[in-house]
Design a binder for this molecule. Structure first.
Ligand code: UT7
Length: 337
């Protein structure tokens, strides 16, 4: 029976830091409001005039993950690239990324499940490995939110939340028997409920109304993301709790067996509510939101990399992750690191 092991991890954020205080120059907000409501202190944004995009950030993270795995890039036989901020509408960002990495010919798949995108991508990669269709899969989550946010008072409820960045892991097929300490992905659980698609979405450009898909002159903010913050908050707490419990039960584990929780970083208060609902002790939760904000599909792999660097995530540990976001989509995974 084949199974997937994570053999390398890496992450990258652009150098420019925007503190909450910096944002007050763009919109009516305050460090106090942002910290109290979200736990965010700063985020990294790309140089707004540079043309830096998600494939660029993904490339930097991927190079580190490949180096960390100790493999040559030529050994990779598939790419799964998760993003909600693609370089172009088409082709997929995975193709631009693949060309930049310099690995032509291998399948390059875009995963567009927003905040749950990385776990969806990990799941796809895991299935390809289990069936023997792939041996070494590069899974990337990358976002360049900052260039598509409404960075003024109108868009402040969303603009203050999101950061740019990327993270990547290398998955490799292993075979044979595994004991309790063998590194592997135990499970992935994926969900979606499209009835809530418009609670967090980007309305334009659109094929879902009459006329040309891009109507620049008519746009009065529809080209920026919109969110029903309270509905997203409530559902995030509910669904992340559910999907973590689903994963723990499916693996015949107990909460105490999980060494570390690295969950999506949309709002510190969401994560505190999930931890409270499940009874997870504070020291078992690894958060990065204060430094990076919400980096959507990049959040989980950035969390893995940061936790490894901080000495919190070590070989042999059981780590549980969950994410929730636009779609609505939600997902979880449990990994023996
Ligand atoms: O990645 C997955 C997707 N995202 C999420 O999971 C986010 C989920 N939602 C949230 O995290 C929270 O709903 C927010 C952080 C977005 C908002 O927090 P809230 O406690 O729900 O605030 P609110 O929307 O009820 O707004 C309270 C007040 C409003 O003013 P009034 O109407 O009370 O006068 C807003 O206009 O705060 C105002 N406000 C701000 N003030 C300063 C909204 N954004 C800002 C801001 N700075 N950036």
């Amino acid at each position: 029976m084949k199974f997937s092991q994570i053999i390398g991890v890496g992450s990258y954020v652009p150098p420019r830091v925007w503190t909450n205080q910096d944002l007050t120059a763009l919109m009516d907000t305050s460090d106090e409001w942002i910290q109290q409501r979200t736990g965010i202190k700063q985020r990294h944004w790309v140089d707004q005039d540079s043309g830096t995009c998600s494939s660029d950030l993904g490339l930097e993270a991927a190079k580190k993950a490949i180096e960390n795995a100790g493999i040559e890039k030529e050994q990779i036989d598939m790419i799964c690239f998760a993003t909600l901020s693609p370089d172009h509408v088409f082709p997929g960002t995975a193709c631009f990324f693949q060309a930049k990495l310099g690995v032509p010919g291998i399948p390059a798949l875009d995963i567009r499940q927003q905040c749950s995108g990385f776990i969806y991508a990990l799941s796809v990669a895991d299935q390809f490995i289990k069936t023997g269709a792939a041996k070494t899969v590069l899974v990337v989550g990358a976002e360049t939110h900052s260039r598509a946010l409404e960075k003024n008072t109108n868009g402040r409820d969303i603009a203050v939340l999101f950061g740019d960045g990327a993270g990547a892991v290398v998955l490799r097929a292993a075979e044979g028997s595994k004991d309790a300490n063998t590194s592997h992905i135990l499970s992935t659980h994926l969900h979606a409920d499209g009835r809530f698609a418009k609670e967090l979405w980007l309305e334009e450009p659109s094929m879902a109304r009459a006329g040309d898909w891009m109507q620049v002159k008519k746009m009065t903010g529809e080209q920026f993301p919109k969110m029903n913050g309270k509905a997203v908050f409530v559902n995030a707490v509910r669904r992340m709790t559910e999907v973590l419990n689903e994963a723990i039960d499916a693996n015949d584990l107990k909460l105490v067996d999980i060494d570390l929780f690295i969950v999506h970083q949309a709002n510190q208060r969401i994560n505190e509510a999930v931890a409270k609902a499940m009874g997870i002790p504070e020291e078992k939760v690894f958060n990065t939101i204060d430094r990076f904000g919400n980096t959507t599909a990049a959040t989980i792999p950035i969390g893995f990399d940061e936790a490894v660097k901080a000495g919190k995530l070590k070989k042999g540990m059981l780590v549980a992750s969950a994410a929730f976001g636009s779609g609505f989509t939600w997902a979880s995974t449990i990994i023996r690191w």
